[in-house]
Design a protein around this ligand. Structure first.
Ligand code: HEM
Length: 364
């Protein structure tokens, strides 16, 4: 007896997805994106997803701020004052943007540390790591360029110090300084550059890099911190028997809970400690304590402590270079932390020194 032929209604997905597929033919793309291989042993701590959510918050609050912000030195300070005191909920939007920036940098760094200590950068995820390093640099770039925009004393002098550090890089330092400042000093030209980079160049770069990062994670699946990624066809086939956790809805729902908690923390922080504004920038009056933001404070303190300038500046540059290419230098397949004593011990030492330098820079 021949089987009754299936009608379109029998095979097509139903409900909202069915409707969307019928009207867009994107059903297969949507269902594929809801399937990421998550080994049951994987523990991401949701740091990467939280960083992603913070980017969405920054893009949203940044867009709202740009409705009132004016990107010239004369008008910037006044427009920030106006946003804070006149615009409905302007102070809240600005404060969420301010705290969101700090938290985004914090969570990108926590995500990087999680990847490092769990050895999730190893074969076949070296490309994910490289794209991640670019994302880290773009995220820091957001912090650096955004800091100048309110054009108050803190913003102005932190940028003077920050660009001076860039200017002390051997060989290319002077060109770099001119390129960043748009001249020899921090002026309205610097503001135009930083504003353009902050609202156009960096958001586009981050969105493109994030798209690639997520695509690679989707294709490769998440790493298991308990076993190296199999390289042989037999090993890959054995993966079919490994216990996994459904990405949708289980992983996604947990991630949403993490986002919800983060949003609450962000609103509480912004309400209790709203973003401040110092006196307007005055290039003729150097404040007593000029310090960069906390995420550059460790490097700033290192430069102050090392008397030979070129060694001071080359130390973080070499360290970042090492970090970028680390997955290609550490080629052992071992993933367990207790069997990676050199990498784990070395990274802990570097991390502890950086934290100590940051704390020292903060209190001194
Ligand atoms: C804006 C910055 C970033 C965002 C939004 C982001 C987002 C994510 C997300 C959502 C995942 C999925 C798993 C997870 O949540 O951990 C992931 C995985 C990954 N990310 Fe990132 N990431 C960023 C920066 C970085 C950085 C700085 C690195 C390292 C240099 C990195 C390397 C990786 C690697 C290797 C994986 C795969 C991890 C695994 O398989 O367990 N990412 N990223």
């Amino acid at each position: 007896m021949s089987a009754t032929p299936k009608t379109a209604n029998d095979v097509a997905p139903r409900g909202a997805l069915g409707w969307l597929d019928e009207h867009t033919r994107l059903g297969p793309v949507i269902s594929a994106s809801l399937h990421v291989r998550v080994p049951r042993t994987a523990n991401t701590m949701y740091f990467g997803g939280i960083a992603l959510f913070l980017f969405v918050i920054q893009a949203t609050t940044g867009t709202l701020l740009s409705l009132y912000f004016k990107g010239t030195p004369e008008a910037a300070y006044k427009s920030v004052q106006f946003i804070t005191s006149e615009v409905n909920f302007g102070w809240l939007i600005r404060s969420i943007h301010h705290w969101g920036a700090d938290l985004m940098i914090l969570f990108v760094v926590l995500h990087l540390l999680r990847i490092f200590f769990q050895a999730a950068y190893k074969y076949p995820r070296q490309m994910v790591w490289l794209v991640g390093m670019l994302l880290l640099m773009v995220t820091l770039g957001f912090g650096f360029t955004g800091y100048l925009l309110p054009w108050d004393q803190r913003a102005y002098w932190a940028t003077v110090v920050g660009t001076e550090i860039a200017g002390s890089v051997p060989v290319i330092g002077e060109t770099l300084l001119m390129l960043l400042r748009g001249g020899t000093d921090v002026t309205g030209d610097t503001m135009s550059r930083f504003f353009g980079i902050h609202v156009l160049v960096l958001p586009i770069s981050l969105a493109a890099l994030l798209g690639l990062h997520m695509l690679l994670v989707h294709q490769l699946g998440l790493a298991s911190p308990k076993r190296p990624e199999p390289r042989t066809p037999e090993g890959k086939a054995a993966l079919a028997n490994e216990p996994v956790r459904p990405f949708f809805p289980n992983y996604i729902v947990d991630e949403l809970v993490a986002w919800y908690i983060l949003l609450a923390v962000l609103v509480v922080l912004a309400s209790i400690f709203p973003a401040g504004l110092e006196d307007p920038a005055n290039p003729l009056q150097t404040p007593q304590h000029v310090k960069p933001e906390w995420y550059f404070l460790g490097v700033y303190q290192l430069l102050k402590l090392i008397p030979i300038k070129v060694i001071g500046i080359m130390t973080p540059i070499v360290a970042v270079g090492l970090l970028v290419f680390w997955p290609f230098l550490d080629r052992s397949p071992e993933v367990l932390a207790r069997r990676r004593k050199l990498a784990v011990g070395g990274a802990t030492l570097v991390l502890a020194s950086l934290v100590a330098l940051t704390v020292f820079g903060y209190v001194s």
